[in-house]
Design a protein. Sequence first.
Length: 158
Amino acid sequence: MKHFIFIAVIIIFGLLQTTILNYINIFNVKPDLLLISVIIASLNFQPVWAISLSIFAGILKDIFSGNAFGMHTLLFFVWSFLIIKLSRKISFDSDYIKLALLSIVVILNNIITRLIFLFLGNFISLGLFLRITFIESLYTALIFPLVLKFAKTRLIGE
């Protein structure tokens, strides 16, 4: 049952990211709620469900973003797979460790996304890239504790 509720949460996050968050952005940068959902799913659900939910979140982000279709689906799958593998070796019990993991994943996701765009011919200046990466990482990290608390109390049951 929790899996289906989390699917609804992913859909809501996708809609929020494309609607309401457009009005509360900082320098045209929004937090990545769908990437947060990938991390929460990867740390709290069985691997098959976590990867399925991550792929679903990636498909939604690809649909809503209008960029190269499949890019986020592939990246979210990879992040989910790597987080699941890493969680078998490292304990992610502390919220601070989860926050550090989120920050690293957001930064790496931005770097890889921008490199893909560069190879596709969409040049972005280094200064703009660094600003977007820093602000998005910070903004997403600030939103993460709220989403994590909601997930723990309503979805995961910790």
